[in-house]
Structure formats: structure tokens, C-alpha cells
Design a protein around this ligand. Structure first.
Ligand SMILES: Cc1cc2nc3c(=O)[nH]c(=O)nc-3n(C[C@H](O)[C@H](O)[C@H](O)COP(=O)(O)OP(=O)(O)OC[C@H]3O[C@@H](n4cnc5c(N)ncnc54)[C@H](O)[C@@H]3O)c2cc1C
Length: 349
């Protein structure tokens, strides 16, 4: 793999992890990220199973642990806010839970000196030849790479360009949600509150910053295209789903309108017959997203990136490497996707 020129699309979890491993095997790696800078996503992600080995191999496990949210558990409440049960911290947090931005920053930092990062750009077109892939970038310029890897998430640009429209690959699990932060008016201290009823869930927690409350408003819906709508339309859908509900809901809906970190996501899985085509392959959510309900997306992105890098390091035949990577990972992904579907179905999706 020495001197192999690799372009990775996406600088979140799978992209920088893959970049790190490929650089170590002698590849010249470029990462293109559509966002103008590292994303400052508010939600927390967790790690399970072999993902810990990957963090240890990357030499960042202790540093990541230092960002642990330290959640002490979640109280289940009824429509009036009265306690009806408790969930231990591990129910959401897996083995270790950190703000996603902490993970992304650490992964970027350990690769920034060795990998070329291009922010604020995206692949506009790819022409594939026997010996390489000619890539045109949106901001102009054309470069040739030996391999192109899509690590660009559920709505992967690389997947759309090579494998076809999003609708062909995405499976909506019947559930969408808005996330944002606001002042910690309920006074939570490393704890969460969860209320679920009639196909809707309010989840609130405060962890890293005691002054801030992270809010998630999820609801059952059969409209997968909401992800692609503008914020007004998404807020409307949230208001419609939570209309007439009491407890803290009216105040949270007001706070949603004011939030400057509003984001909206549907629980979608990615299903493809094959994760690679010629000199192009997919890793993480782009190729086999299991949906947030699985709780496995981050672990899968780390483990997938390592598996792909190891296979590429083991042979000069990228076709054999891609095929071996897919064969190795498919059973693990199938398990995670089943978890994602089961959790969404329990919710009422
Ligand atoms: C609300 C929510 C809660 C979640 N909670 C959890 C959790 O508790 N536990 C867990 O394990 N997982 C959770 N996940 C899932 C987890 O965030 C993902 O599975 C994981 O981040 C996948 O990493 P990735 O690198 O494959 O893709 P992503 O993290 O999606 O990163 C894709 C990157 O590609 C970039 N990109 C997109 N388009 C382009 C383009 N055209 N050109 C260049 N770059 C592009 C994006 O900006 C982004 O940086 C959650 C997800 C959401 C939405």
C-alpha cells in the first residue's frame, strides 16, 4: 500500500480513523469534509465491545475517557413529570459515553500532521479508470487518486455518486427526532429524564456543562423525507407530534425555536448489496448505518475503519481487500442493524 493515494470523504469518526491506519501503512491520505470546520455536534456517543481496542490502538483511550459524560442514570417520568422508574447509566451510555465533538476533535488531532484535510469542499464527480479515479471537487480542481472511500455518513455523497440514489439504500425505521440544547431549567445534574407515550419520547439530560440541557424530541413518523426539509418544516413536524402534551413540553417547544444548535435526524439504516465497487468503497454509516436506535453506530464506524485498513494493508489487490473487509464485517453489521430495528419497533415505529 506504500504511496497509494487515498481520498476519504468525511471527517467525523470513520474517516479520520481510517486515515490514521492508512497513513501508518504508508498511504498518502487526503480527507475532504463538506463542513467548513470540524462539526460541533451536541449529542453524546458511546463505545461498545471491540471499539475500545480500536481507541487503545489509536493511543487515545485515556484521553477519550477523560471526556466521559459521567451520567448517573435516567429517571422515567409520566405525563405529569412524576417518577415511574429508573434506568441505569449503562442503558444509554454503553461502556463509555462522550460528547461526539470530543471524539471527532481527538481523531482529527492525531491525524492532522500526517493527513491532508480539505474542509468546506466535496466531491462533485468521479471518473473511474483501470488505474485510478479522477475526482472533480465542487470548489474546483481535479485530482487523481488510487482509491476513494466514502466515510460521509447516512446521506453519503460517495454512495450517491457510485451506488445510486439515497432512496435505494436507506431504510427508514419510522421514527424521527429533533435535538438541541437550552438552559438547564429543570436543574439536572449528570442525570436524564425520559418520558415516552403514544409514539413520542422526550429525553432530557445535562452532563458536560451544568448550565445546559440537551433535549431530544422523538416521534413516530412515516415521512423519511423530513431529513431533507428545511428547519421550519422540521419544527412544524415536531410541534404537530407534541401538540397538546403537558409537563415540560410547551417550554421545550419554545426553546426549540430559539436554539442555535437545532438538528434533525430520522432513524435510517443503510442497506446495500455490496459495500464497494471497483476502486471505491464505503465505511461506517455511509455503507451500513445501523441507526441511532442501535447504539452501535460509533463503534461500528471505528471497527469498520480498522477492518478496512487492515485488509488493505495485507495485500496490494484492493479488490481482494474490499471483498475480505465486507465478508469479515457483514455478520457484525447485521447484528447491529437488527438491534436498531428492534429498538425502533419498541418505540412504536
Ligand atoms: C441524534 C443522534 C444520536 C446518536 N446517538 C448515538 C449513540 O448514542 N451511540 C452511538 O454509537 N451512535 C450514535 N449515533 C450515531 C453516530 O453518530 C454515527 O453512527 C457515527 O457518527 C458514524 O460515524 P461516521 O463517521 O460513519 O459518519 P458521520 O459521523 O455521520 O460523519 C459523516 C461525515 O461526513 C461529512 N460529509 C457529509 N457529506 C459530505 C460530503 N458531500 N462531502 C464531504 N463530507 C461530507 C459530514 O459532515 C460528517 O462529518 C447518533 C446519531 C444521531 C444522529
Amino acid at each position: 500500500m506504500t504511496n497509494t493515494k487515498v481520498l476519504i470523504s468525511g471527517a467525523s469518526v470513520a474517516g479520520p480513523t481510517l486515515a490514521h491506519y492508512l497513513h501508518r501503512t504508508g498511504c498518502a491520505v487526503t480527507v475532504v469534509e463538506r463542513a467548513p470546520r470540524l462539526r460541533d455536534t451536541g449529542y453524546a456517543v458511546d463505545f461498545r465491545g471491540e471499539a475500545f481496542d480500536v481507541l487503545a490502538e489509536l493511543g487515545v483511550l485515556a484521553e477519550i475517557r477523560a471526556h466521559e459524560t459521567g451520567m448517573r442514570g435516567t429517571t422515567l417520568v409520566d405525563a405529569t413529570g412524576a417518577e415511574v422508574g429508573r434506568l441505569p447509566a449503562e442503558a444509554f451510555a454503553g461502556g463509555l459515553e462522550v460528547p461526539k465533538r470530543a471524539l471527532t476533535r481527538v481523531l482529527h488531532r492525531i491525524t492532522a500532521d500526517d493527513v491532508e484535510y480539505v474542509f468546506g469542499d466535496s466531491i462533485a464527480a468521479m471518473t473511474r479508470h483501470e488505474s485510478g479515479v479522477v475526482v472533480e471537487f465542487e470548489r474546483g480542481g481535479t485530482r487523481e487518486f488510487d482509491l476513494v472511500i466514502g466515510a460521509d455518513g447516512v446521506y453519503s455523497n460517495v454512495r450517491r455518486l457510485v451506488f445510486g440514489p439515497h432512496e435505494d439504500a436507506l431504510r427508514h425505521l419510522g421514527m424521527s427526532g429533533a435535538g438541541f440544547s437550552t438552559a438547564n431549567f429543570p436543574g439536572l445534574d449528570r442525570t436524564g429524564l425520559l418520558h415516552t407515550a403514544d409514539g413520542a419520547a422526550v429525553y432530557l439530560f445535562s452532563a458536560e456543562d451544568p448550565d445546559r440541557l440537551t433535549v431530544s424530541l422523538s416521534f413516530a413518523t412515516a415521512a423519511p423525507d423530513l431529513d431533507r426539509c428545511d428547519r421550519d418544516r422540521q419544527e412544524q413536524a415536531v410541534r404537530a407530534a407534541f401538540a397538546g402534551r403537558g409537563w415540560l413540553v410547551p417550554r421545550l417547544l419554545d426553546a426549540m425555536a430559539e436554539a442555535d444548535d437545532f438538528h434533525f435526524a430520522s432513524s435510517c439504516q443503510v442497506h446495500l448489496d455490496r459495500w464497494w465497487d471497483g476502486r471505491v468503497a464505503l465505511v461506517g454509516d455511509a455503507g451500513y448505518g445501523a441507526a441511532p436506535t442501535s447504539g452501535m453506530g460509533t463503534s461500528q464506524a471505528l471497527i469498520g475503519a480498522r477492518a478496512l485498513a487492515r485488509r488493505l494493508a495485507a495485500t496490494d489487490d484492493h479488490t481482494a481487500a474490499f471483498a475480505a473487509y465486507e465478508a469479515e464485517l457483514r455478520p457484525y453489521v447485521a447484528e447491529n442493524q437488527a438491534k436498531g430495528r428492534e429498538a425502533a419497533a419498541m418505540f412504536g415505529g
